[in-house]
Design a protein around this ligand. Structure first.
Ligand code: PCA
Length: 187
């Protein structure tokens, strides 16, 4: 099964991004680093989604969250409180003009959250990925999947910025990948 897992580069003056620190430790998946740029990341994710892969899990960091947040819904809204790494700061703008208001994740979100909890990794289902670059990437991913006519598992997971060791986050992401593989095997 060809699974892509993406992480983000640092932003907002930080030196690292917890998402990429964890994603780069994964084996057996294609790991891709995305820029924290509305335009470039959305373009990059569209290119990926057009490649005929079997599943995509995008990962980003979320300040103020202490659990791994399995995101359920992406909204068609960009509303940035601070400029992205290219200096863009869209306000009240759609990710895809004329696109649906929202898309649901097609990952087994509840199962992933439950498996994380079982493994002793703090996890939650989340109903908002915010309105910054992460949500835009999530929306663009789901929009590309919806338009492709190939309903692959795809979605977004937010990880804590601090307070959770990188190895724990990586272990959580391995569980998410495992659950996606299970779907593919029809188990
Ligand atoms: N977090 C930001 C963008 C990149 C990242 O890791 C967000 O939640 O939108």
């Amino acid at each position: 099964m060809g699974i892509i897992v993406t992480g983000f580069e640092p932003f907002g003056g930080a030196e690292v991004n917890a998402s990429w620190e964890a994603v780069r430790r994964l084996d057996g998946v294609e790991r891709i680093l995305l820029p924290v740029s509305f335009a470039a990341a959305v373009k990059g994710i569209r290119r990926l989604a057009g490649r005929g892969i079997d599943a995509v899990i995008c990962v980003g960091e979320a300040g103020g969250r202490s659990a791994i947040s399995v995101e359920r819904v992406a909204v068609n809204l960009m509303d940035a409180r601070m400029p992205d790494n290219d200096g863009a700061r869209p306000v009240d703008a759609p990710v895809v003009p004329g696109g649906p208001a929202a898309y649901f994740s097609t990952l087994p979100t509840r199962r992933i959250a439950a498996r994380l909890e079982e493994a002793g990794i703090p996890a939650e289902l989340s109903c908002t990925a915010g309105t910054y670059v992460c949500n835009a990437v999530f929306y663009a991913l789901m929009d590309a999947v919806a338009r492709s006519g190939r309903p692959i598992p795809a979605g977004f997971i937010h990880v804590p910025v601090r307070g959770m060791p990188t190895e724990t986050i990586a272990a959580g992401l391995r569980i998410a990948v495992e659950e996606v593989k299970r779907l593919g095997e029809g188990r």
